[in-house]
Design a protein around this ligand. Structure first.
Ligand SMILES: Cc1cc2nc3c(=O)[nH]c(=O)nc-3n(C[C@H](O)[C@H](O)[C@H](O)COP(=O)(O)OP(=O)(O)OC[C@H]3O[C@@H](n4cnc5c(N)ncnc54)[C@H](O)[C@@H]3O)c2cc1C
Length: 389
């Protein structure tokens, strides 16, 4: 396969082989168009799903129908290779953004699905990737559940599991869960098949936002695992750069939420005839700058994830900076939207109220201080800090 020349528009110092993706571009273009068509309906359903804390089943049926869930099947198994094949990260970016624009809760679950498949593709055996591809074709929803409290999952000597996971998005609806579990050697990844509704612990944890993610604890006591359930080897889950680099996907979904917020801000300012006021104009200008800043960071972070010319430390450092930059941009946009729309932005009848709640929750990603300071340390330790490629 030849290496495609990087155009001025996509000029980023990386040497990603995009040829495989380009061969499939008509199918990807169709998928993106179909996803774009789903956005208004998704946005329209978001309010009621949030107020009832209901899993977005219709949205996932529709995403399944257009082939979004199975788009992660590698090209060698007949799929689109989104997020897994060379060049697939950049192709996944607009899809994540569109779904985030439709409903951040759907985006959060969909990103978990993408993350799980990426981990299986990176660390699993060829047979496991093939089996996961068959599961994707059959319509299964995947998730990665890592968060846990003190009773985190242990693998006992008889290959039985004990313990639970917390903050499991899509609980009761995910039918292929990639979970982390500890044995005496370290942390392992296990792919567990689930029946709908099975093993769901406490729901309704009173979440401020992201209520439609159907996030709950999951009990795994007594599950017996076999060797082919293990994905990768000891501590692969936290292996860099995979562990940090995938954070761009969460940021891409966040960007979709910011798109939705901007659209509401624009439309509501116009509806109240406040859009020509110089203060409102200045705020809108700063909101646009912040959103574009976020987009530029994410676009490059997606390319960095699969840049074969960059060291793991460079990829990790860059994507960590990107995630902090996106968080800062989003918090600034929320502040400006609140100033622009005033109290009306806080009414439960206003979509902006839900969007801001969902964003506030979604921006709480693990160990943000560490992401920033480790990236700063990476920069300070380099011999040629002016070379940021
Ligand atoms: C709706 C929702 C759905 C979720 N779905 C999933 C899921 O499907 N799968 C999954 O695995 N997880 C899921 N999670 C959990 C999520 O991935 C993170 O665990 C969670 O968002 C972490 O946020 P936090 O702000 O509490 O992080 P923390 O890392 O606890 O950060 C809080 C603050 O403490 C600081 N800090 C962190 N570590 C230390 C330390 N050691 N010492 C001092 N300060 C520290 C941070 O920098 C930050 O300032 C979900 C969460 C939510 C809200």
């Amino acid at each position: 396969m030849g290496v495609v020349t990087v155009t001025a528009e996509t000029a980023v110092p990386c040497d990603v082989d995009l040829s495989a993706t380009l061969q499939e571009s008509p199918r990807i273009t169709k998928l993106l168009q179909d996803a774009r068509d789903l956005v208004p309906g998704m946005s329209g359903r978001a309010q009621i799903l949030d107020s009832e804390g209901r899993f977005p089943a219709i949205d996932f049926d529709l995403l399944r129908d257009i082939g979004a869930l199975s788009s992660f099947i590698p090209q060698r198994f007949g799929g689109l290779g989104l997020g897994v094949d060379p060049g697939g990260a950049s192709e996944l970016f607009p899809l994540l953004r569109l779904i985030g624009q439709g409903n951040l809760a759907v985006g959060r679950i969909f990103e978990g699905h993408a993350n799980a498949i990426k981990l299986i593709h990176t660390f699993g055996s060829e047979a496991q990737i093939e089996r996961a591809s068959a599961d994707l074709r059959a319509g299964h929803l995947f998730a990665i559940w890592n968060a846990e409290t003190k009773d985190g999952i242990r693998i006992l000597d008889d290959n039985k599991l004990s313990g639970s996971k917390t903050f499991c998005s899509g609980a009761g609806h995910v039918t292929r869960a990639l979970i982390t579990a500890k044995d005496s050697c370290g942390t392992r990844m296990l792919l567990i098949p689930l029946e709908p509704g099975e093993r769901v612990g406490s729901t309704g944890v009173g979440m401020h936002g992201m209520r439609a993610t159907h996030t709950a604890s999951m009990q795994f006591d007594g599950v017996v695992v076999s060797t082919h359930d293990f994905i990768g080897t000891i501590d692969d889950y936290t292996r860099e750069p995979t562990f940090s680099a995938g954070a761009w996907r969460t940021s891409a979904v966040t960007l979709g939420g910011l798109d939705a917020l901007l659209a509401e801000m624009q439309q509501q300012l116009r509806a109240r005839n406040r859009h020509e006021d110089p203060h409102q104009l200045a705020r809108m200008g700063n909101v646009l700058i912040a959103r574009e800043t976020a987009r530029l960071w994410i676009e490059r972070a997606a390319r960095m994830e699969e840049s074969i010319g960059s060291s793991p430390a460079t990829i990790t450092g860059y994507v960590n900076l990107a995630r902090v930059a996106v968080e800062s941009a989003a918090l600034e946009i929320i502040r400006l939207v609140q100033r622009s729309l005033g109290l009306s932005a806080f009414l439960q009848t206003n979509p902006v109220e839900r969007l801001m709640r969902d964003l506030a929750i979604y921006l709480r990603q693990p160990a943000t201080d560490e992401a920033l300071t480790e990236a700063a340390a990476w920069f300070l330790e380099r011999d040629f800090p002016e070379d940021d490629s």
